[in-house]
Structure formats: structure tokens, C-alpha cells
Design a protein around this ligand. Sequence first.
Ligand code: FPP
Length: 251
Amino acid sequence: MSGEKSGVTATLETVRQGEVPTHVAVIMDGNGRWARQRGLPRWEGHRAGMAAVRETIEGAAEAGVAHLTMYAFSDENWFRPPVEVEALMLLLEEYVRSQREALVRHGIRVTVFGDRLRLPEEARQAIRELEASTEGGTALEVHLAISYGARAELAGVAQALAQRCLEGELAPEEINAELFEAELLTSDWPDPDLLIRTSGEQRISNFLLWQLAYAELFVTDVLWPDFTREHLYGALVDYRRRERRFGLVKA
Ligand code: FPP
């Protein structure tokens, strides 16, 4: 695992000299600390974090990454002070409305997963519009985890499979990893190859617990609002040095 105060960086040219991971997942952390360091309210950190979201999406598209999954709002985040939750919801709407045109222009498809029924109707509407208008994008698929928690996702899979058993469609002994995977919210995409977490915490925090089984982890001390495309490129280049064995021995 890597940990760098100023962050490993690389150029696009270096990234283009080798293979890039197909799917990169990101835990965007450190918005609050970034704001506190500047004597600003926490929501200012989240606002600054939006610029890093743009930067990372553009950088991933330029680098040739196919899937980018970003943890925008966890199911635990609902328990933050109401004023912060409200600010995050408004920022989400603002992001969707301000970025839609640019995302379409760059051929970026955005999908959202998580318990969207808990979101305010305005945010749900903005998400529906964003998903519909970017549907044809083929340059990069961005998946935003919003009101998402992996344990809730896995419990949902267990419920769906139990229901199928009750209905006689499936016998319990037929349940295997493949059938389980098909019920995940992310079943349309490959698993992440690389997980990047900012702000130095070495935790998974209930993010994609099943899907990250074999992901390489890259932790940087850079706070999310300071994260640039060059930091993303640094992580992509670092990933190349990893020897991925998926539990096997080296050939
Ligand atoms: C973690 O920082 C970050 C979040 C809980 C929210 C991330 C949201 C954004 C970057 C803005 C909106 C995103 C999209 C996709 C529109 P923290 O508050 O936990 O920071 P701390 O650990 O320093 O307190």
C-alpha cells in the first residue's frame, strides 16, 4: 500500500506508455479536513471536492480507463448533521445540472447506484435526467455510488436469492458466486482493478465489499479537493508495478 504526503504524480504521456486498469474505484475522502485547514465550513470542502470529481473524470477518460466508480455518498452519511446532508444533496444537484452538457460532449456515460429512494425528489430527478442524457456515451462509464453501503447491498442480494428460492425458481444448494454476483447493483460492470483512497485512511469503509475482493489498493495522503489528474495518473502508473495473482502462484 502506498502513502504519500504530496502524492505520487505522473504525466499522461507516461500513462499512455503502458496498460491501464479497466476499472478504477475511488473513495473520495478529506473534504472536511481540507475545509478545516482553511477555517471554512465543511460544505466548502465538498464544493471544492466537486472540482476534483471533474478533474478525475476527465483524467480517467484521457487515460483510457473504461469504468470509474466514485463513492459520493454513503448510507452512513445520512447520519451527518442535517445541514451538511442538505448541502451535499444541493451540490449533487448542482453538479448534475452544471456538468451534464460537458459529460455528453465528452462521451461520458453516468449511472448512479445505491438506495436512491432515500434521496430528495429534486436530486432523484436530476439523476434521472443525467442518466438519460448521457446514455449514449462510450468514452468512459462513470458510476456514482450515492446513498450506498455494501452491507445493505449484500443483504439485498441475500433477500433476492431467498425470494427466488421461496418461489421455487432456485434451490438453496444452487446458489454460487456467479448467481450471487448477478444480483449485485454493479452486475453490469467488471470488478474494480484498482481502488484509490485519498486522505490517508487505510480502510474500505463499507464500499463494494464483494467487488473489491482482488482490487489493488492505493492510498494517498492527498486530501480529495487537492486531488488532480496527475495524482490519478500516478496511481495508474503505480498499479503497473503490482503483481496480480488472484490467489494463485506466479506463473
Ligand atoms: C468525504 O469527505 C467526502 C464525502 C462524504 C462526499 C464526497 C462528495 C463530493 C466530492 C462532492 C459531490 C460529488 C459528486 C459526485 C457530485 P469527508 O467529509 O468525510 O472528509 P473528512 O474525513 O476530512 O471529514
